[in-house]
Design a protein around this ligand. Sequence first.
Ligand code: NAD
Length: 361
Amino acid sequence: MKKININTQSRSYDVNIGKNILTQMISVLKESDGEVLFICDKNVYDLHREKIISLTDSRKHHLYLFNSSERNKTLKSVELIYKYLKKHNFSRTDKIVAIGGGIVGDITGYVAATYMRGIQYYQVPTTLLSMVDSSVGGKTGVNFLNVKNLIGSFHQPEKVYIDLAFLSTLPDREIISGAGEIFKYAFLSDEENYLIIRDYLLKILLQRKFHENMISRCIQFKASVVEKDEFEKSGLRKILNLGHTFAHGFESALRFKIKHGEAVIAGVFCSLIISKKIGLITDLELHKFASDFEFLPVNTKVFRVDTENIIRYMKSDKKTSGNRIKLVLVSKPGNVFIDVEVTEKLIKESVVELSELFESV
Ligand code: NAD
């Protein structure tokens, strides 16, 4: 089992990583006072009922089952949870536990950030994506007017429990989606980590092997960034958005018919193509990156999206200011540029080139 401490400006908390580690959480909850609302992904509840029951039965509790989808990641769903909390007289000293993927985590975090100006919450991520990324760092939020995470807040969890046993039931497409967020990390650290992450991704995608070290390396990297720039003020945290302005454009333009991590895979490649177009990397380097990760599937739906539509949504992204689209670009692993303003023409060309790139490797 591994334990990582994340020390942010607003709070310090532990992330526990291992197999079947929820017993630890049971003891923590048993010792705590107040009511607990477990917001649990409906699929996870159906697939891991015994595990969830052993957790929830550890104390007097409330259970709220949530149908996770981007379409349900809305203020309407938030309002229903507020109503539940109010109806059951939840107060500031009570707690919420999120059990599920990034959608349950983001929505629960947002409820916890805003109900009575903030109550405590715990994260129990159950997808690969939420284990390596969304359960830590304190970004919470919901979609609004078909724009990803337009409404949100920063609110760090009390603790995070990453139980790898949940991954046994994760569908292949969700594993690819999780791999998308891991892929991003390959370009953010250095050459050594680039190779390590490539190796992890091969094991995950080809052998369905998950190890604590893979998860902890990603979390540790994210923690090192979040600790220095929790509220994305200095700009450092923006590096974690590599591929994400594109990804959010793809997701919205495709009306969420593509998974978040799948959109990130395409988004990272488009960012690399733009990096080449403006001379940060050579054509040879671009092809090397593409062939290093050729085992990573690119969802072909992105090749058919209307580029005007992608741009419209990229302009609505939180990271865009004054209609100017700014991206995170790279010149080599670990050499990352933030806030690079790019033209609409470059963006359109990169989407077209993405399909060509995958035909050529
Ligand atoms: P998700 O929460 O929708 O889960 C994906 C699917 O897997 C769902 O159908 C769910 O029911 C199912 N599922 C969950 N756990 C399972 C398990 N153990 N076995 C079988 N099925 C299981 O999606 P996700 O990919 O986990 O999260 C995506 C969301 O995370 C996006 O909305 C994205 O914006 C957000 N995100 C947030 C941050 C952040 O920092 N807050 C970072 C990255 C992504």
